[in-house]
Design a protein around this ligand. Sequence first.
Ligand SMILES: [Zn+2]
Length: 462
Amino acid sequence: MSLKLFNTLTREKEEFEPIEEGRVKFYSCGQTIYDDLHIGNARHVQNITDVGHLTDDGDQGEDKVEKRAEDLGMEPMELVEDQIERYFEDTKAINVERQDIVPRATGHINEMINYVQKIIDNGYAYEAEGNIYFDVEKFAEDYPYGEMAKKDIEQLKQEAESRVEPDEKKKNQYDFALWLNAEGTGHLMKWNAEFDNDRERIESTGYPGWHLECSVMGQKYLGEEFDIHAGGKDHIFPHHPNERAQSFAATGKGQARYWLHNEFIQIEGEKMSKSEGNFYTVRGLLNGGYSGDAIRLYLVSSHYRSETDFSKEGLEKAEKELRKARRARNWAEKVSGDALEDRAEEVEDQFKKYMDDDLDTANAKQLLMEFVSDITSTLESGEGVSIKTRNILEELFEIIGINLVADGTVEEMKLAELLAESREKFREKENYEEADRIRDELEKLGFEVEDTDDEPRLYRSK
Ligand SMILES: [Zn+2]
């Protein structure tokens, strides 16, 4: 069996075939970097939007970065620098691998201006008062426009007319901005641009439309056509169709072949929203004493296309599961044996099948927890499991982003052993009060101690 992915373009699970064998070119719409990483964005990452994302989708409202910077009394770029650093700290804490390239919108303004010029040259854009708009009607004569959203053009037209406050400069309300003139708007982040249409030269000091950066940076770094483009479900319209339309209009190629969209995270049954106050950030949870690994384990417990209901109880359960898995792995290391090898192979096969099925981490993780239980009861019965079995357990957890061999330093381990030994001495003297105190200290250090008939066993619990 090979990997199948659910492609939003066709609404079907399709066999994944990369353009170039052995290489996957993947672009993911990252976050607009004006605040800490919220858990809803914690499953995928890529570009960094540091300009042009307005508070309103209809090309109106304020720039999100500028607005937040103003609230905090900072320069926009000061906020961006600060947030980028925090962003990488947060994603690292939940074991998101660092992307190969993390392009920033503000670093690609020249390319964006050139790209807009190409769209104008190809006849799919027009100018009005220094703004450049994408001409949806013209585009839809030559290319599909609403297919990703499964909406026909008439429907989109009506929706746009009812959704946004009419912008008199647009030919049609579903047209969207490629470039916005900043004159008289108070925008801080703006650049001088020049465009040519058939008749004249247009000078406009302004900033790019939000959708533009992804078309430009995706094709710049991955080629005109690449494999996967991912993002949140909210991008099914308008962000991704607009991005794709711009790419067709400029290059004749529609960017990615597979479009993946993840569902949102709900908080105790409701949509996560800052204004409602039910909003969790990764940083907030880490500061609250939850481990990055547990947050990760919790997030992969549901499929990326299904709604995750996030709660503190759920996260605590994930902490327990993580502890159980680490305990089994560390215990297995201490007891030699050859049990469960067939079971391990069976688990490995089944795990691959789940992951091949549109990255079904929910079932894959469930399977791993069952495997952990098998290992634990085997060890409890006094039998040891083989090294191969232990390796398979570690490797499969690694694939879902969980390191079972929690990394602690050798010094930490030595200190813990020393503490455990002295605790043993207090126990022998029946000074249980002191023994319990040391147990608590060990727990704070991230170790769990289990008393057995012979010597006590130490486990990493964090
Ligand atoms: Zn994007």
